[in-house]
Design a protein around this ligand. Structure first.
Ligand code: DCP
Ligand code: MG
Length: 411
């Protein structure tokens, strides 16, 4: 682990290699007259490394059943009931959010509403009111910012807070997290859960452990044990497909994952392999970024019925492209990469991307790329239930002026 860290982060060492006569790694270091045996001479570096990893205090706060809780707060009749925010049970829409009372029946987000209605016939269905959720979200983020400027919102209902430098006022990050959750409840009558640890990944996993109203702290001393016992699905970046692949390779827990060399992980899982190698060892140096810029703009829709009709798909995708054009325009952005998302009838989801040399700004830029992307899917033969488009590798509209089509003029 330390070797990996050194290779990645310690720039003044030019080379880390293995000595000829033993398996002990050697550090080739330009500042030292003699190269030194890593095991014996770099304890100070390891100490620095440990400190760097374990001194931050990061809180991740995630609201409980966010949309559903807001509906219960605003409508007395919904309180204490299995409540589903989403399409009506006859529609093909999916559950956006459900109250904890509904979860007892096995209902969860992204489940088809029809299935949710079968699981719990007495469930109440209500449509989403995005404006209201955005309004409440900004109040929650304002509460976070009363405590620290280092707030990185991840979505409407969750954010990271870096509270490392609040030592004197708030020596305990756990007590601080409790105080913030209490304030949210007093001011908005909504509950939240919090995770506290020394890096983002651990804080985020922790906030999910004792939901609802759970406050969970993972201190550095217990982090490795915690990570070793964590099911593979809980690791950042491991979706359904990667999970399946990992299980086939015998990786079921963090402990299994930790036995793998970084090269092998990268070989099997690409870029995410190197990230997984680090996080399973409790290494996640990503800072809390208050001004993080949005990385993509997308739009997707569940179709009114499963279809293998290419013309229909093209029409729907053209609508999505127009939505994206509007969002790009509003944010004054363009993007170099277009990603098509397709969910088949059996819920298998795939994505196909293309990156251009010039940025896309409008539906007209997107539409000519769709036939090529669709051709790499089973669209037209397999039935599809959801399609989506995303533009990423964003750039400002003014960053790369595009060639204007000026009429040619004589004289
Ligand atoms: N959401 C959505 N579609 C999804 C998942 C979530 O529209 N597939 C919306 C509704 C949620 C909100 O985002 O209320 C926040 O998502 P969370 O994953 O945090 O879920 P909840 O807050 O609803 O529940 P939890 O208590 O598990 O955090
Ligand atoms: Mg939530």
């Amino acid at each position: 682990m330390l070797l990996h860290y050194l290779k990645k982060n310690v720039l003044h060492f030019t080379q880390v290699c293995h000595s000829n006569d033993s398996n002990e790694p050697l550090l080739i270091c330009p500042d030292f007259t003699n190269n030194c045996r890593l095991k014996h001479s770099l304890m100070f570096l390891e100490g620095r490394f440990q400190r760097m990893c374990s001194t931050r205090k990061i809180i991740h706060i995630d609201m409980d059943a966010f949309f559903a809780s807001i509906e219960q707060k605003d409508h007395v009749l919904f309180r204490g009931k299995p409540l589903i925010v989403g399409g009506n049970p006859q529609s093909r829409g999916v559950v956006a959010a459900c109250s904890y009372e509904a979860r007892k029946f096995g209902i969860h987000s992204a489940m088809p509403c029809s299935k949710a209605a079968r699981l719990c016939p007495e469930a109440i269905f209500t449509p989403p009111r995005m404006d209201r959720y955005v309004e409440i979200s900004s109040k929650i983020m304002a509460i976070f910012r009363q405590y620290t400027a280092f707030v990185e919102p991840l979505s409407l209902d969750e954010a990271f807070l870096d509270v490392t430098n609040m030592g004197e006022k708030h020596p305990s990050a756990t007590l601080l997290a409790k105080q913030i959750c209490r304030q949210i409840f007093e001011e908005l009558q909504l509950t939240a859960s919090a995770g506290i640890s020394y890096n983002k990944f651990l804080a985020k996993v922790a906030s999910d452990i004792n939901k609802p109203q759970g406050i969970t702290t993972i201190p550095p001393e217990t982090a490795q044990h915690f990570l070793d016992t964590l099911p593979i699905r809980k690791f950042f970046g491991v979706g359904q497909v990667t999970e399946k692949k990992m299980r086939q390779l015998g990786i079921n827990t963090g402990f299994d994952l930790r036995q793998w060399e970084v090269e092998r992980l990268v070989f099997h899982f690409g870029k995410i392999g190197s990230f997984l190698y680090d996080i399973v060892r409790g290494i996640d140096d990503r800072p809390v970024e208050p001004m993080r810029v949005r990385k993509s703009i997308g739009s997707e829709t569940t179709l009114p019925y499963d279809t293998d009709n290419l013309d229909e798909l093209r029409k729907i995708l053209a609508e999505l492209a127009k939505d994206i054009e509007k969002s790009l325009h509003k944010k004054n952005k363009g993007g170099y990469t277009l990603t098509l998302k397709v969910r088949y009838k059996n819920f298998t989801t795939i994505t196909r991307s293309i990156t251009l040399k010039t940025a896309m700004f409008s539906a007209d830029d997107i539409l000519p790329l769709l036939p090529g992307l669709l051709a790499t899917t089973y669209a037209g033969t397999e039935k599809i239930r959801l399609v989506g488009l995303t533009i990423s590798k964003l750039t400002g509209r003014t960053a790369l002026p595009r060639q204007l089509k000026l009429p040619f003029m004589y004289g």
